[in-house]
Design a protein around this ligand. Structure first.
Ligand code: HEC
Length: 140
């Protein structure tokens, strides 16, 4: 498809880029897979394979990495906020920024972390999980 035939797409792209930290890509199964493999090599030592903070290095840290699934993220839980955390780190903790990783890898990691937080939430509608909660309750 020719991008120039749809000038509004370009305008929208520029607007989105200036509002968010960077162009937020749509999560896909491939991205989650990519995020998973990067997470295993770069993050799991501290954060644990399941994101529970029980990695061999993480256990010895102060502060310890939080359990992604049960503890709120201090720096935000929107994909763009997690992306920023991964890019810039958490001041005052051993969590450094990973800006050296390609941007696509950081987005993949952001979505993978959010999927560890709430399995299935990323591809099942991402930010709409809040809206789904009442329905889940009704089923019980
Ligand atoms: C050297 C150990 C270490 C490594 C490696 C590491 N982290 Fe962290 N991370 C921490 C610590 C410590 C914290 C701060 C405690 C907390 O907030 O959980 C943290 C915090 C976080 C947070 C929560 C921030 C918030 O808003 O509260 C996220 C998300 C995160 N890390 C993702 C990652 C990802 C993704 C990677 C791999 C690219 C990674 N971390 C690599 C130690 C590490």
């Amino acid at each position: 498809m020719n991008r120039m035939s749809k000038p509004w797409v370009v305008v929208l792209g520029v607007l989105t880029a200036s509002m968010a930290f960077a162009d937020e890509p749509k999560p896909t199964a491939e991205m989650l897979e990519k995020g998973k493999s990067t997470y295993k090599t770069v993050c799991a030592n501290c954060h644990g394979e399941k994101g529970d903070g029980a990695g061999p290095v993480g256990a010895a840290l102060n502060p310890k990495p939080r359990n992604f699934a049960t503890e709120k993220f201090r720096q935000g839980e929107k994909p763009a906020e997690v992306f920023k955390t991964i890019s810039e780190g958490v001041t005052g903790t051993p969590m450094v920024g990973y800006a050296y990783l390609p941007e696509g890898d950081r987005w993949a990691l952001s979505y993978y972390v959010l999927d560890l937080k709430k399995p299935g939430s990323v591809l099942g509608g991402g930010e709409d999980t809040a809206k789904k909660k009442p329905a889940e309750k009704k089923k019980k």
